[in-house]
Write a protein that binds this ligand. Structure first.
Ligand code: ZN
Length: 139
């Protein structure tokens, strides 16, 4: 069995951001030379997500608005977590609902997506260095 483990690094300019990371993941799949296998992509931080959806700007704005309605950043005092002196209680909740990781099948050397599927990094407490793990296993 072949395997490959790599990090993608992010330091977003905004506190909240969605980044399409499909091209970077495809590069790592190519580098692994795995033809049949699995590709795991997971955020290594508890205030960031990895998820799969449509690369459509209106939808990404809808996600942002929906998350802000579910867990508004302010007032900061509404979150018990922020009693620790942090201000990212909302980011932990947003991360949980958008998910930690995705697993995509690799078929014939390529990510085996459904129609319109793309992999996104979701940042909810950015402007600092964070990483995403990509682990590929297969033959
Ligand atoms: Zn926190």
């Amino acid at each position: 069995m072949k395997s490959l483990r790599e990090y993608l690094w992010f330091n977003t300019s905004k506190k909240k951001e969605f980044i399409n990371i499909t091209p970077q993941v495809e590069e790592i799949v190519k580098k692994s030379r795995v033809k049949e296998g699995l590709c795991l992509v997971n955020a290594m931080h508890i205030t960031a997500s990895v998820f799969i959806n449509d690369a459509e700007s209106g939808l990404l704005q809808d996600f942002e608005n929906w998350l802000e309605n579910l867990a508004p950043h302010e007032p900061i005092s509404r979150y018990r977590h922020n009693l620790t002196g942090e201000d990212n209680g909302d980011a932990h909740l947003k991360r949980t609902i958008m998910g930690r990781e995705v697993v995509v099948a690799i078929t014939n050397g390529k990510l085996d997506f459904g129609p319109w599927e793309q992999i996104f990094y979701g940042e909810f407490d950015g402007q600092r260095r964070k990483r995403v793990l990509v682990k590929i296993i297969g033959e």
